[in-house]
Ligand binder design. Structure first.
Ligand SMILES: [Zn+2]
Ligand SMILES: [Zn+2]
Length: 364
């Protein structure tokens, strides 16, 4: 038995209720979830922007302690502290072998598709990203857990499951920011501020944070921003002045909900050869964009999507925790407000109101 937050229908609120959970099956790990981040992506299931088979237990950014393991599990044992990840590389498909484990052909992992582990109201209930961290307990494939040191706070570690990796990797790997380059990040929530941190890690010079919310612009300065702007137009003027017309080398779009109509203005923040990374999730049904291809072609610009920041989680979760331990990566400061699972809908209301970098559910 576990208390979990379930989405039964598009447009519903998260419903917190008791569910049954099967014993860990072969290759599966039972995690007592300590903390789960309130990522915008889960809300895309609520709005229907992300189509999915419902019902689902939400949550894909969590950390906890292994409680039990199924037959054949070798990566972890009961008592281990773990971060859960949704995109583990298999290590031997075409994409993994070419250094792009985030695009692994086998996601879910080959060993994982065991079917839903949750049951509620007499029916099977799946889990978002096959993690389902909005739950006191969850069962996940062993490939999806990464053991971490016990001195790392689990709420801070949870952030590595999505926000930090997606944002930091957007600058470091997908944007390929190099020392002395200029970076602009549009949208400075829980993911965007990590792109600021990534730009700082990569040695960027000018780092512009764009957000209409004053609180987020203030916070952005703690995560590596050298300048802030309230709008894309303001950022364009600022970059034109500060770079003497060269503009940014990398733009990262990280607003809550993507919109194809903003592409032209976003890509104009970068100069010739500039790279634009689209981290924002745009509604799946939306297929139109506004982009002047003449200018785009004639200035050799690059446009790139973002799957999990281009990271290899087995390499980069330990790497990022090393940066955190030595004060080079902010994690604790990302958590603005903590909630109980019962207050999860308040957490999402606060997210929509722009009050949080990251809201975090702490399971009792
Ligand atoms: Zn997420
Ligand atoms: Zn693979």
């Amino acid at each position: 038995m576990s208390k979990s937050a379930i989405l039964w229908n598009v447009g519903d609120k998260w419903n917190v209720e008791d569910v049954d959970l099967v014993e860990p099956r072969a290759g599966e790990v039972r995690v007592k979830v300590a903390a789960s981040g309130l990522c915008h992506s889960d809300d895309h299931y609520v709005t229907g922007d992300q189509p999915a088979q419902l019902p689902l237990v939400g949550g894909h950014e969590g950390a906890g302690v292994v409680e039990a393991v199924g037959p054949g599990v070798t990566r972890v044992k009961p008592g281990d502290h773990v971060v859960m990840v949704f995109n583990p590389p298999c290590g031997d498909c075409h994409f993994c072998l070419t250094g792009r484990g985030n695009l692994c052909f086998y996601n879910p992992p080959k060993t994982a598709p065991l079917g839903p582990a949750f049951r509620a109201r007499g029916q099977e209930v799946g889990a978002i990203a096959e993690l389902g961290t909005f739950s006191e307990y969850t069962n996940v494939a062993e490939a999806r857990v990464i053991k971490i040191d016990e001195d790392i706070p689990l709420a801070s570690a949870a952030l590595l499951g999505c926000a930090v990796i997606t944002g930091w990797g957007a600058a470091v790997y997908l944007g390929g920011v190099k020392p002395g380059e200029n970076v602009v990040v549009i949208g400075c929530g829980g993911v965007g501020v990590n792109s600021l941190q990534g730009a700082r890690s990569a040695g960027a010079d000018i780092i512009v944070a764009v957000d209409p919310v004053e609180f987020k612009r203030e916070q952005a300065l703690l995560f590596g921003a050298t300048h802030t702007a309230a709008s894309v137009e303001e950022a364009a003027e600022l970059l034109a002045t500060e770079t003497r017309g060269r503009m940014a080398d990398v733009a990262i779009l990280s607003v809550g909900v993507g919109d194809g109509d903003t592409l032209q203005d976003t890509t104009r923040l970068v100069g010739p050869g500039g790279r634009t990374i689209i981290t924002s999730v745009t509604p799946a049904a939306s297929t139109t964009t506004n982009l002047g291809l003449f200018e785009f072609t004639m200035s050799e610009k690059i446009l790139r999507g973002n799957v999990y920041g281009g990271v290899n989680v087995y390499r980069d979760v330990p790497l990022l925790l090393g940066l955190y331990k030595r004060g080079k990566l902010n994690l604790d400061e990302l958590i603005t407000t903590t909630y109980t699972l019962d207050d999860i809908n308040q957490g999402y209301a606060d997210m929509h109101a722009g009050k949080n970098l990251r809201g975090m559910v702490l399971h009792g």
